[in-house]
Design a protein around this ligand. Structure first.
Ligand code: B12
Length: 230
């Protein structure tokens, strides 16, 4: 592959090329460009995610909303995103990992919602920050969240919701933790595109994170706060 030139002003074109290949639905090209950016150009994995993959997915999401792209385009892009994460993950953890264990986080997408790319990125960012992460996957019921939280004695529960109508299942999960008597033992973070700080506060959560990198910073903060209290 030819060396990737720099845009005027020094912005590497490779990120735009990754985003464009996502939008064009060329999954193999996305994966090849990610591999090239990482291994030939030594670009930081976090930048490849933010400025390439997530940026492409954002553009695609808007085109889907306006009817110019279809569900099948989202599926192709999601598959390329997930394959790219597999390439980037070992390097992210090796280059940026914080050696000491910060605590145990269980993560999942709320009931009724199958979106999981954002959650996977949050999981990686938390591992990089030194947390042990157990990912329960998508479409997790309040009962299962509560059972796992109790059995695993998790420090933090992270819930993701990408669909407006399923956001309420984050509240149902918190209610279930209260009902099971374990709400006081665990900190709760909620995120996902339609979620905001106000919503998290209203449903009785502890923290909101706007993206994977903020999620890791916030997780460290709430774990430290709970340690200070004990
Ligand atoms: C990719 C995608 C899909 C893929 C998902 C593949 C997968 N395995 O994940 C597929 C094609 C399967 C899909 C299906 C559907 N989708 Co869709 N999808 C998207 C799209 C384009 C991108 C989502 C994404 O991956 N973004 C990239 C990641 C990196 O960003 P992110 O998810 O926002 O995550 C970041 C932050 O939010 C945050 N975060 C996320 N989770 C958490 C958790 C915690 C604890 C914290 C702190 C932070 C955090 O950090 C993440 C990383 O930085 C969005 C549009 C959009 N712009 O969001 C629509 C979108 C979410 N989908 C939508 C819809 C409607 C659907 C379907 C119902 C469509 C249908 N008719 O079948 C189905 C869902 C069925 C179901 N029951 O779940 C709507 C939701 C509308 C709404 N507000 O309710 C959206 C907004 C598109 C739209 N505008 O119409 N989708």
């Amino acid at each position: 592959m030819k060396a990737i030139e720099m845009k005027r002003g020094g912005t590497p074109l490779i990120y735009e090329e990754i985003a464009k290949a996502m939008v064009d639905g060329d999954g193999n090209k996305v994966v090849n460009l990610v591999d090239f950016a990482l291994n030939q150009e030594n670009r930081p994995p976090s930048e490849i995610i933010k400025r390439g993959l997530a940026s492409g997915m954002d553009i695609l999401g808007r085109l889907y909303e306006s009817g110019e792209k279809y569900l099948v385009d989202l599926i192709v892009a999601s598959d390329a995103f997930k394959r790219s994460i597999e390439i980037l993950k070992p390097r992210l953890i090796e280059s940026e990992s914080d050696a000491k264990l910060s605590g145990l986080v269980i993560l999942g997408t709320v009931e009724g919602d199958i979106h999981e790319i954002g959650k996977k990125l949050v999981g990686i960012a938390l591992e990089v920050a030194g947390f042990r992460v157990i990912d329960l996957g998508p479409d997790v019921s309040p009962d299962r969240f509560s059972d796992e939280a109790r059995n695993l004695k998790a420090d933090i529960l992270g819930m993701s919701s990408l669909i407006t109508t399923t956001m309420i299942n984050a509240k149902r999960t918190i209610d279930k933790l209260v009902e099971d008597g374990i709400r006081g033992n665990i900190k709760i973070m909620v995120g996902g595109a339609p979620v905001d700080e106000l919503f998290v506060r209203k449903i009785g959560g502890d923290a909101y994170g706007k993206d994977a990198f903020e999620a890791a910073a916030v997780a460290k903060k709430i774990v430290d706060l709970s340690k200070d209290k004990s």
